[in-house]
Design a protein around this ligand. Structure first.
Ligand code: 4NP
Length: 157
């Protein structure tokens, strides 16, 4: 099972989502991340994302930003987008219903009523914005990991 986390720059939110989900799943799951713009291609995650990850016991510093590609829609089984703009950009590259069905908002269908359905872009905020985004992604990934594990047991009894 291959899961891709997508945001705009692939330096703030999706590297956190990649690290957090990976930490909740066994190693036979592949978790990767990408951005809908190529502006930060090859760059390490934003210092503030690296810091909030370290505060929570995760090391995401070795990740490198990469641009989302249309082949990702074939390569990955699930693609989670951080906000509605990312979702629109990813869906604009989809060419079949099979590809479209793999794509959703990270916060969709989680019954997290206290949260909006998007993970807000923390790029222009201070470190408190990154703390909030971390908590939000962590809560979503907890439920996503649980569901993926249940599903994988169903596929391989
Ligand atoms: P991300 O945050 O999409 O969570 O990685 C951003 C990173 C870079 C920019 C905007 C948002 N930017 O405008 O360069």
């Amino acid at each position: 099972m291959k899961i891709l986390m997508v945001c705009l720059g692939n330096i703030c939110r999706s590297p956190l989502a990649e690290g957090i989900l990976k930490s909740k799943l066994p190693s036979n799951f592949t978790v990767d991340s990408a951005g809908t713009i190529n502006m930060h291609e090859g760059n390490a995650p934003d210092k503030r994302s690296v810091e909030v990850a370290v505060k929570n016991g995760l090391n995401i510093s070795k990740q490198r930003s990469r641009h989302f590609q249309s082949q990702d829609l074939d390569e990955y089984d699930r693609i989670f987008c951080m906000d509605k703009n990312n979702l629109r950009d990813v869906l604009s590259l989809a060419e079949s219903d099979e590809q479209r069905q793999k794509v959703s908002l990270l916060m969709n269908d989680l019954n997290l009523k206290q949260h909006p359905h998007e993970v807000p872009d923390p790029y222009w905020s201070g470190s408190e914005g990154f703390d909030q985004v971390y908590r939000q992604i962590d809560e979503a990934c907890e439920i996503i990991a649980e569901n993926l594990l249940k599903e994988s047991f169903k596929i391989k009894p």
